[in-house]
Design a protein around this ligand. Structure first.
Ligand code: CA
Ligand code: CA
Length: 203
C-alpha cells in the first residue's frame, strides 16, 4: 500500500480544517512521587499541529502544561513517553520577542528555570528571530531520550503533556486542626484509663 501524502489543495484544506477543530485525545497517564511529599500526575495528549496557546486552553482546573525542573522529573517524563514518538508542548515559554534564543525562559508555574535539558544546538530560533518561543520535548534526536527544543513550527507538534501536583504533607493551615484532634484523642484515652482505674471492684 502506498504511503503517498494527498497533494490536492482541497484535501489539504480539509485536513487542516479537521485538525483545527480536533479535540485532544488522552494517550497516557502516569505519576511521579517528587521530593517534599509532592505527587506529580502527568497526562500526554495527542493534539496535532496545535499551538502552545491552544494546548493551554484545553487544560482543566488544577492542571498546567508540564514543568520539568530536575533530572528526576525529566526521567519521570521520559518514562511516561517511553513508547511514544513525536513532539509535545511543555509549560515553558520565552517572554517578549527575545533576540537571543537563550534568554528569559520561564515556567508557567513560576518554578525556577535552573534545570535545562535542551537538545544539542537548541534553543536556536530555527526559523528566524523570535520564531520559537515555547518549549517542546521531542523524540527526534533519539526516541528513547526525549530532549527539549524551542518550537514554533506547528506541523511538528504531536500534542502536549499536562501536569497536576498535590501534596500529601498537610497545609500549614491544617496543622492546628490536626494538633487539636490529636490532643482530644489523647485526653479521651487518658480519661477512659482513669475511669477504669477508679471503678469499684465487683465483690
Ligand atoms: Ca513539574
Ligand atoms: Ca528549535
Amino acid at each position: 500500500m502506498s504511503g503517498k501524502v494527498p497533494s490536492s489543495p482541497l484535501i489539504i484544506l480539509l485536513f487542516s480544517f479537521a485538525a483545527a477543530f480536533a479535540d485532544p485525545v488522552l494517550l497516557s497517564s502516569w505519576e511521579w512521587n517528587g521530593p517534599e511529599g509532592i505527587l506529580h500526575e502527568f497526562q500526554a495528549f495527542s493534539f496535532s499541529r496545535q499551538s502552545w496557546e491552544a494546548a493551554n486552553r484545553q487544560l482543566t482546573e488544577g492542571w498546567h502544561l508540564a514543568t520539568i525542573t530536575s533530572p528526576e522529573e525529566q526521567e519521570a517524563l521520559i518514562a511516561g513517553l517511553e513508547k511514544r514518538a513525536g513532539e509535545f508542548w511543555l509549560g515553558g515559554c520565552q517572554s517578549g520577542r527575545q533576540i537571543d534564543p537563550e534568554n528569559d525562559w520561564a515556567w508557567v508555574t513560576g518554578e525556577s528555570y535552573n534545570y535545562k535539558n535542551w537538545a544539542p544546538g537548541e534553543p536556536n530560533d530555527a526559523h528566524g528571530c523570535a520564531s520559537e518561543q515555547y518549549i517542546a520535548v521531542s523524540s527526534s534526536w533519539r526516541k528513547s531520550k526525549w530532549l527539549w527544543n524551542d518550537e514554533g513550527y506547528l506541523p511538528n507538534i504531536s500534542g502536549y503533556v499536562a501536569e497536576r501536583t498535590t501534596s500529601s504533607v498537610p497545609e500549614p493551615g491544617q496543622l492546628p486542626l490536626l494538633a487539636a484532634g490529636l490532643a482530644a484523642t489523647v485526653l479521651m484515652l487518658r480519661r477512659k484509663k482513669h475511669m477504669r482505674n477508679t471503678e469499684t471492684p465487683f465483690i
